[in-house]
Design a protein around this ligand. Structure first.
Ligand code: HEC
Length: 195
């Protein structure tokens, strides 16, 4: 026992407590992490203005959006030739593709049979924004966001975008039941190739 005497801090009921300080390296980590957390709090959590997390988030969002816009500028949406869109309206493979996409992305607003629901009837000969295949392409690709029609040009791959136009064109005059009343101006649909 004698050799531990100088180390004994105190003793109670025969239980001795030694003075065993933590090793220096562990204390260094301990103090280091306290200092780090204080600095972190000041620089990030409490920072205002330019240095704040919010400003950093905004700057990153800004950079991402600029990048997306630059990509769009470099890759503009090229409308397919009207003849190609009309030919698609008589091609079962194209129509299958268009019908599948229509069911997924369009039926919720225009109805299963494009008879019109929230959005206008797409099967009659009246159009708010024009009924040529080029105009239908523009309506679908760019949308009419302020009127509730989303833009699909960047959300749908080009082949499906064209197929949608062909599909809508193929529905002309299909007279589905429960159709929404006509809206817009009459447009005599272009003849289909071979018709
Ligand atoms: C969130 C609802 C909504 C969805 C989804 C939607 N549309 Fe529309 N769409 C509308 C509305 C509303 C209008 C009418 C806009 C206006 O009055 O200017 C419209 C207009 C149109 C027009 C122009 C009609 C005209 O008379 O000129 C076309 C074509 C069209 N949509 C096709 C589509 C296709 C194809 C899809 C699927 C890719 C689709 N829409 C998905 C709501 C929608």
């Amino acid at each position: 026992m004698a050799e531990y005497e100088d180390k004994v801090l105190h003793e109670l009921d025969g239980i001795q407590e030694f003075d065993n300080p933590m090793p220096g390296w562990l204390m260094a980590i301990w103090w280091g992490s306290i200092l780090f957390s204080a600095a972190y709090l000041v620089f990030y959590a409490l920072a205002f203005g330019e240095g704040s997390m919010e400003a950093e988030y905004r700057a990153q969002t800004e950079r991402a959006l600029t990048g997306v816009q630059a990509h769009y500028d470099a890759n503009p949406l090229v409308p397919p030739a009207p003849a190609e869109l009309l030919a698609g309206a008589a091609d079962p493979l194209v129509l299958d593709l268009g019908a599948a996409r229509f069911a997924r992305s369009c039926a919720s607003c225009h109805g299963e049979l494009a008879q019109g629901l929230i959005g206008p009837n797409l099967t009659d000969d009246r159009w708010i924004h024009g009924g040529s295949v080029e105009q239908i392409f523009q309506s679908i690709a760019k949308g009419w966001p302020e009127k509730g029609m989303p833009p699909w040009g960047r959300a749908v791959p080009p082949a499906e975008l064209s197929a949608l136009v062909s599909y809508v064109r193929s529905l002309q005059g299909s007279s589905p039941p429960g159709a929404r009343p006509p809206e817009g101006e009459p447009f005599a649909a272009e003849p289909m190739p071979g018709a």
